[in-house]
Write a protein that binds this ligand. Structure first.
Ligand code: MLT
Length: 286
C-alpha cells in the first residue's frame, strides 16, 4: 500500500535529485492509486511511454523517468551499469515515497526491471516485460556493440540515429508510421556520444538473469513485437516458460517498439492485465 505523499508534485518533466544527479520524470494520476513505473529502452527517453501513460492515468498513478544520461536526466561521472540503473530506480521510488509499484520496462528497461525484482521483490506488485530478454550478450553481440561504439565516435550520433531505424521498426512501420519513426530518430539523435557509448557498455556487461525467473512470484505480462529482430519473440517465449503463470502476447505489425508501432493492441493487453491484477483502492481501503 502506498500512502499519500503531501509533497507529491504531478505533471511532466519534473526534476528530482537522485543519487546526486538531476533526473527528469513525469508523474500523473490519482494519489492513492496503484503505481506503475515505466522504464524506457536504449537509447530513448520517457516520452516513448506517453501513449501508455495517457491510457492508464485515469485509474493508476503512472510514472516515467529518463534513465541517467538519457532525455533530460544528467549523466554524472559514474561508470554506467544495469546495477547502477537499478539503484537509481530504487532511489527514485524512495524520493517519490513509492513503497510498492508495478514495473513496465521495454528492452533495456526490462533488464533494469528484472534486476530490480530479483533484488527487491517485496517492492513490486507486478511486472510488464516488453521486447526484452533474460540472456546476456554472447561474445559476438558484445563485439557488435564495440563496433557500434567505434562507429558512433567516428561517424557521429546523427548517422547512428538514422541507421538504427531499420533495426528498431517493423518494415511496415517504416512505411506507414513516418511521424513515429521521425520522433524516435530525433530522440536518439539528441543523445551525446558519451552517453550512448557508456550505455552500450553497460548493456554489453549485463549478466544473465534467466536462472532467477523461476523465483518471480508476481503477475507478469510479457509482450513482444511479432517482428522484433533485436529481442525476438523466441526470447519472450523463453521467459514465459520460466516465469510461473506469466501471460505472453505477440503484438502484430510491430518490431522492437510495439507500444509505438501498434499502440491499440499493446494498450489493450496492458489494460486487461492491470485491470485484472491491480485493483484500484476502494473507499474502504483509502
Ligand atoms: C534497447 O532497446 O533497450 C536495446 O535494444 C537493448 C539491447 O540492445 O540489448
Amino acid at each position: 500500500m502506498n500512502y499519500r505523499d503531501p509533497m507529491r508534485i504531478t505533471g511532466n518533466n519534473i526534476e528530482a535529485t537522485i543519487n546526486g544527479l538531476k533526473v527528469s520524470y513525469n508523474d500523473r494520476g490519482p494519489d492513492h492509486a496503484p503505481v506503475i513505473i515505466f522504464i524506457h529502452g536504449f537509447p530513448l527517453d520517457k516520452s516513448m511511454w506517453d501513449g501508455q501513460m495517457a491510457a492508464l492515468e485515469g485509474t493508476y498513478r503512472v510514472i516515467a523517468y529518463d534513465i541517467r544520461g538519457h532525455g533530460a536526466s544528467e549523466a554524472g561521472t559514474a561508470v554506467f551499469s544495469i546495477t547502477l540503473f537499478e539503484h537509481d530506480l530504487l532511489c527514485l521510488m524512495e524520493t517519490l515515497c513509492v513503497q510498492r509499484a508495478t514495473l513496465c520496462g521495454l528492452s533495456m528497461g526490462g533488464y533494469i526491471a528484472l534486476h530490480a525484482i530479483e533484488h527487491h521483490s517485496e517492492r513490486f506488485d507486478a511486472l510488464i516485460l516488453s521486447d526484452t530478454q533474460c540472456i546476456a550478450d554472447t561474445y559476438e553481440v558484445k563485439s557488435r556493440r564495440i563496433n557500434l561504439m567505434d562507429a558512433i565516435l567516428e561517424d557521429g550520433v546523427d548517422a547512428y540515429a538514422a541507421s538504427s531505424m531499420g533495426h528498431l521498426f517493423a518494415a511496415a512501420s517504416l512505411v506507414h508510421k513516418p511521424q513515429v519513426v521521425e520522433q524516435v530518430r530525433a530522440v536518439i539523435a539528441a543523445n551525446s556520444s558519451e552517453s550512448l557509448c557508456n550505455t552500450l557498455f553497460a548493456i554489453a556487461e549485463r549478466r544473465v538473469s534467466c536462472g532467477k525467473l523461476l523465483e518471480i512470484g508476481v503477475p507478469t505480462l510479457i509482450l513482444v513485437g511479432a517482428e522484433d529482430s533485436i529481442t525476438p519473440p523466441v526470447a519472450a517465449r523463453l521467459m514465459h516458460l520460466k516465469i510461473r503463470g506469466s501471460i505472453l502476447a505477440e503484438i502484430s505489425a510491430a518490431g522492437h517498439l510495439p507500444n509505438l508501432e501498434n499502440p491499440t493492441e499493446f494498450n489493450g493487453h496492458l489494460r486487461s492485465f492491470v485491470e485484472r491484477f491491480l485493483a484500484p483502492p476502494t473507499l474502504a481501503t483509502l
